[in-house]
Write a protein that binds this ligand. Structure first.
Ligand code: DI6
Ligand code: FE
Length: 407
């Protein structure tokens, strides 16, 4: 006889296993949880005999894997609402950046902020994602751009989980833009990242992955390669902000390094898509930035789909280009502006988001052995998660089998 910590019965389950059945759905199912993992899952009437410490009927509510936000810049000081107004008045994002605003404005505010204030604001943002069903989120540094401020950001990111219960994965994005101290010496800054920032952050156990912004207003492919080489020597996986504003060959570069993900991809060429497919690199779609920047060229979704590139969807939550605190809203936008299906959107915020973080074996689908990260929704069908804008259908969230506090 099985013995479980928690048994959920009478559930409609979207396993998202990609089994051919839409949403991997099980109509009238049960999920048994033991030690934070899924111990049994299947049809209610096939449930083996067992005892559970706690049992709950979900009254035919839908259960999906908890959402995963695989691309955020949650930790930062200040905001850029005034810049948003300026841009709506006609100022260009790249022009503002070249004039010392944009990312650098947030860098000044983040450097000046105390660790406590950064933690308070970032925790509030993570809590908003939690109420939206997010159990795992990635947080990038990149608004420090010097050793101490990058370390401060990563420490803050790691500390968020202690309050919200979420699992936080941290990515070093020291190569977000060239800091003012290295204004005319981007190569010198890249050296600093390789020789000082990356080793120190890794040594302190703060780096799950290394990211870079490959763009005209940030770093060239050559400079990114240098940073990726350093990451590779330390066996740290890489990801890349690629081809967002121009085709800089970012997708192919990410693929060459076997990156976990290449993110944005608005300007990625067909050759770039082929490279992602061959490397098994996940394409992360970020409609929040696309919409906020009023871009007109969507990523090559049809080609990505056709070549079998896994597509994830994330918020890219950041103060400049994507002030977005809802993965579901990102899913809903991705359907509307990029033309993915609601099922692709949900896979993009669960199974494929897990893959983008190197966690595909551990979470992102509902299956025996996976972490018991489950979202329970007050919806009629999982497609509703992408259909509605601005609804709040989350009924319950379990993180490693524990009910999260949502209020
Ligand atoms: N993600 C980023 O990191 C950059 N754009 C994007 O979509 C810049 C973010 C910023 O302007 O602060
Ligand atoms: Fe980003």
């Amino acid at each position: 006889m099985a013995d479980w910590d928690l048994l959920l019965t009478n559930a409609r389950i979207a396993t998202m296993r990609g089994s051919g059945v839409p949403y991997g759905a099980i109509d009238n199912g049960a999920i048994a949880i033991k030690d934070g993992r899924i111990a049994w899952l299947g049809a209610n009437d096939a449930l083996p005999a067992g005892t559970a410490e706690a049992q709950r009927s979900l009254d035919a509510r839908w259960v999906t894997p908890a959402l995963i936000d695989c691309h955020t810049h949650l930790v930062y000081g200040g905001d850029r609402a005034a810049e948003f107004e300026q841009r709506l008045g006609g100022a260009g994002y790249e022009d503002i950046a070249r004039a010392g605003g944009g990312i650098l404005a947030t860098v000044r505010a983040t450097r000046a902020a105390t660790e406590e204030s950064l933690l308070a604001s970032a925790t509030a943002r993570a809590a908003a994602l939690l109420r939206d069903g997010v159990a795992t989120l990635e947080v990038k540094s990149g608004y420090g751009l010097e050793l101490d401020s990058e370390l401060k950001t990563l420490r803050v990111a790691r500390a968020i989980g202690a309050t919200t219960g979420q699992d936080i994965r941290t990515t070093l994005l020291a190569a977000h833009t060239v800091p003012p101290e290295y204004r005319d010496d981007a190569d010198g800054y890249v050296d600093l990242v390789c020789k000082s920032v990356l080793p120190a952050a890794a040594e302190q156990g703060l780096v799950d992955a290394v990211d870079a912004y490959c763009e005209r207003i940030a770093f060239s492919s050559k400079q990114v390669e240098k940073i990726f080489d350093c990451a590779r020597r330390q066996r740290i996986p890489v990801k890349l902000h690629a081809d967002q504003l121009s085709d800089g060959g970012g997708a192919a570069l990410a693929a060459r390094f076997g990156a976990l993900s290449a993110d944005h991809l608005e300007y990625t060429s067909p050759a770039g898509v082929d490279a992602l497919a061959a490397a098994g690199t996940v394409a992360v779609l970020l409609p929040g930035a696309y919409v906020t920047l009023q871009e007109t060229r969507p990523p090559p979704v049809e080609l990505l789909r056709d070549r079998g590139v896994l597509m994830a969807v994330a918020t890219d939550c950041n103060p400049g280009t994507s002030p977005l605190l809802s993965v579901r809203e990102a899913m809903a936008l991705a359907c509307r502006v990029f033309g993915i299906t609601p099922e692709e959107a949900l896979a993009g915020a669960t199974r494929n988001a897990a893959a983008a973080l190197g966690l595909a074996d551990d979470r992102g689908t509902l299956a025996v052995g996976k972490r018991a990260d489950l979202a329970v929704w007050q919806i009629d069908h999982p497609r509703d998660l992408s259909y509605w804008l601005g609804s709040q259908p989350l009924a319950d969230l379990f993180i490693a089998g524990q009910a999260a506090t949502l209020r």
